[in-house]
Design a protein around this ligand. Structure first.
Ligand code: LLP
Length: 412
């Protein structure tokens, strides 16, 4: 990143203000750090809305009938849900907990799709009692369970189509050797096993952070050929740019691929998570220590790390960073967290401008699977979620407090 400019991975509308400081949603990031503390997840609310709207429009322009289903695992947050409800999205939940948050966010229960490769009886009962629209059935055992607990329930069937996009193995889900769904050869047997369940369509999700559109088109063709149903759900997975050198495939190209082989009259569903929320959010940290090891490495330690962003450790995910008041720079640094592990490194070899203790450090593109996968390792309270728009900031999820860490402890 050249000094004075921002890369395209920042939320829409981000800019450097007159003081040369980073602004997200019209809010000066240093002021946010001062007011709300660090670390914090900061989202540009208008970015979330714009991307949701673009998704709805892209699919409406190509398919007679379409439905954009937000994969809420990416950012399970009621305030985000409310925006997506207003924009006409449906919701994918992968557990009872995500269902609870989605309902709090205001979706009509019939617009919710219940996922999971091992839904418990308690989750099934809960989802049925809420009036969830569809279960996405994942296994023969689940068919038996649903027949018993939810006879007559509308369902979709999850297929593992044997399509393997190029992405990290941990987030690749389309292959036959997968814990998810039914291999194509087992689909007829699964359909036969359904006695009262109403099969409304097929579903597949081939993986996440996918840049090549070809596998999506193949998937649409394959699933459309597997039977005539009212619904055709081709999952999520559209990749996003995490660093300046990456370019996100266009939404138009993605929508083209998903709708290319959709039969007339079918409702085409897509299930985006990351591509709706990933670039809408940044994480802000405060630099605490700078350790220079001459000729070896400069460690810039921030007040978070693997408790607020597990992605570098789990998937080798690469991010960029900037000092909020001095974006750009050429000092190659390693941004480390404050946890008791050498592996607690957020970014290796990222250029920064002479980082010092007290600086606010911003990591963009953390809007997906950051807050969602946050944890309390080392007894660290989880960061708040701040929504910014037009220069106003509001806390939508407050910072955890030390007392929260003891809330479930029954021993005292
Ligand atoms: N639909 C289903 C059934 C899924 O399992 C997923 C993601 C999605 C949709 C949304 O995929 P997306 O559009 O976000 O790529 N924690 C990992 C990602 C795991 C994705 C799991 N399933 C990460 O941080 O990269």
């Amino acid at each position: 990143m050249a000094t004075g400019t921002l890369s395209h991975v920042y939320p829409l509308g981000s800019r450097l203000n007159e003081r040369g400081r980073l602004e997200v949603g019209g809010c000066d990031v240093e002021d946010l750090a001062q007011e709300f503390g660090t670390p914090a997840y900061v989202y540009a609310e208008d970015d979330l809305r714009a991307r949701a709207r673009a998704y709805v429009e892209a699919f409406a322009a190509r398919a007679e009938r379409s439905e954009v289903v937000y994969a809420s695992k990416a950012f399970p947050c009621a305030a985000a849900h409310r925006i997506f409800v207003e924009e006409g999205l449906s919701c994918d939940v992968a557990s009872g907990g995500e269902l609870y948050i989605a309902l709090a966010g205001g979706y009509a229960p019939e617009r919710i799709y219940m996922h999971g490769n091992n839904k418990t009886e308690a989750e099934i009962d809960y989802a049925v009692s809420c009036g969830v629209g569809h279960f996405v059935v994942d296994s023969f055992d689940e068919i038996e369970r649903l027949e018993r607990l939810a006879p007559g329930q509308p369902v979709m069937l999850r297929v593992t189509p044997g399509i393997e996009p190029s992405t990290h193995a941990f987030i690749s889900t389309g292959q036959v050797d997968s814990k998810f769904g039914f291999a194509a050869r087992d689909v007829p047997r699964a359909i036969e096993a359904m006695r009262t369940l109403r099969l409304d369509g097929l579903h597949a999700h081939i993986g996440s952070q996918v840049f090549d559109m070809e596998p999506f088109e193949q998937l649409g063709e394959l699933l459309a050929a597997m039977g005539d149903y009212p619904l055709l759900n081709l999952g999520g997975g559209l990749g996003i740019a995490y660093t300046a050198d990456q370019e996100q495939p266009s939404l138009d190209a993605y929508a083209d691929a998903l709708t290319a082989h959709a039969p007339a009259g079918v409702t085409v569903l897509c299930e985006p998570g990351r591509s709706l929320v990933g670039n809408a959010g940044v994480t802000i940290y405060r630099v605490g220590t700078v350790k220079r090891i001459p000729d070896v490495r400069t460690y810039v330690a921030v007040d978070g790390g693997m408790s607020d962003n597990l992605r570098p450790m789990l998937y080798g995910a690469r991010y960029e960073a900037a000092i909020a008041g001095r974006p750009g720079g050429e000092d190659l640094c390693t941004v480390a967290g404050m946890h008791c592990e050498s592996g607690d490194v957020l970014i290796r070899d990222v250029p920064l401008d002479d980082p010092r203790p007290g600086d606010v450090l911003v990591v963009p593109a953390t809007g997906a699977y950051g807050h969602a996968m946050a944890n309390n390792y080392n007894g660290i309270p989880r960061p708040p979620v701040i929504f910014c728009s037009g220069g106003d900031a509001r806390v939508v999820i407050r910072r955890e407090r030390y007392e929260d860490l003891m809330l479930r402890d029954e021993s005292l």
